[in-house]
Design a protein around this ligand. Structure first.
Ligand SMILES: NC(=O)c1ccc[n+]([C@@H]2O[C@H](COP(=O)([O-])OP(=O)(O)OC[C@H]3O[C@@H](n4cnc5c(N)ncnc54)[C@H](OP(=O)(O)O)[C@@H]3O)[C@@H](O)[C@H]2O)c1
Length: 292
């Protein structure tokens, strides 16, 4: 098992692999056999930061992650999420959902437990109190939010601080193709509060992973060309260049590319073996100006 560079999970004191893996797509396949190979390849390469949620495949992703943990036996860092819905927003609902996730995962506690999205009109204080209860019960080691705007994450962080619990992370959509966290205040709030920004869709659902020739012409074409050029200079892949740009953007950023194929997972973790030069960072920055 290789040791990969780690990043601090905000100010929790915990550290996680600098690149994690999203497991939503693990639940898509008719045949689950390749999932274990992908899992083992990732853990071998030091990528044991596993992102799942109760809603992925209606619990199937969590069950598959749990099977992998049991079969493989090595320690990993597991994050899952509570999905609030109508009449399912209270601390009691969050704790019941957490119990369900733990049962599917087959573990006594998750390392990180998020509220998946800020359900409209639901009381943010109630979410914070539910997350605090999750930590106090010992069923979650750290807690975070996902898809919360800057104001919402500040309010949750403030409420959690009354229980001396730091907000660990905000998991949001962030990539070279979607740079909203830079302009909507979320990246700034993560820096101010020292909260990890866990980046989902870091490869724009694969659109930043392929060579330009394979993709149809769209507004990402210039980005793909720039990624291919950088990748070639390092004998690397476009996906590694896209992930390295996120890692270089800010030390709070931790990308979680989805990979259901073992060779994709391994290639993505290979981004940790090299770095962009300042000029390459700037070139990718400029190439994404039209999508900024
Ligand atoms: N919190 C939220 O609201 C939220 C929302 C959406 C997603 N997420 C999380 O973020 C994760 C990532 O999202 P995502 O998987 O949809 O998007 P993504 O990471 O942007 O892209 C994944 C896609 O790229 C492909 N890919 C990955 N690595 C590759 C490589 N090295 N070369 C070529 N293709 C590659 C994957 O193929 P294969 O699968 O075939 O390997 C898959 O089709 C999800 O799994 C989930 O855990 C969270």
């Amino acid at each position: 098992m290789q040791s990969a560079p780690l990043r601090p999970l905000g100010k929790t004191g915990a550290e996680v692999p600098a690149i994690g893996v999203g497991t939503n797509r693990w639940s898509y396949g008719a045949n689950d056999a390749p999932v274990f190979e992908t899992y083992q390849t990732l853990v071998d390469a030091g990528g044991g930061f596993i992102d799942t949620a109760e809603v992925y495949g209606f619990g199937k992703s969590e069950r598959l992650v749990g099977d992998c943990i049991r079969k493989d036996g090595r320690p990993v860092f597991v994050a899952s999420k509570f999905a609030p819905f109508v009449a399912r927003t209270s601390p009691r609902h969050l704790m019941a959902a957490l119990e369900g996730s733990l049962a599917r995962l087959g573990i006594p506690s998750v390392d990180l437990y998020y509220v998946h999205f800020p359900f409209p009109f639901a009381d943010l204080g109630g979410f914070a109190d539910g997350l605090a209860e999750a930590v106090k019960s010992g069923k979650a080691k750290h807690v975070g939010v996902s898809n919360f705007n800057a104001d919402q994450m500040r309010r949750v962080a403030d409420r959690l601080s009354r229980s001396n619990i730091p907000l660990a992370a905000n998991e949001v959509h962030y990539s070279l193709a979607h740079r909203n966290p830079e302009t909507n205040g979320v990246l700034e709030a993560c820096r101010d509060l020292d909260v990890a920004l866990v980046a989902y869709f870091p490869l724009a659902s694969g659109r930043l992973a392929g060579p330009p020739a394979d993709a149809k012409q769209d507004k990402l074409d210039a980005v793909r060309r720039a990624l291919a050029e950088v990748a070639q200079a390092h004998q690397a892949t476009p996906s590694q260049a896209a992930l390295n740009w996120l890692l270089a953007r800010d030390p709070h950023v931790i990308p979680i590319p989805g990979a259901s194929k073992a060779h994709h997972g391994k290639a993505n973790l290979g981004a940790l073996d090299w770095r962009l030069t300042d000029e390459e960072f700037a070139a990718l920055d400029a190439a994404t100006a039209p999508v900024k």
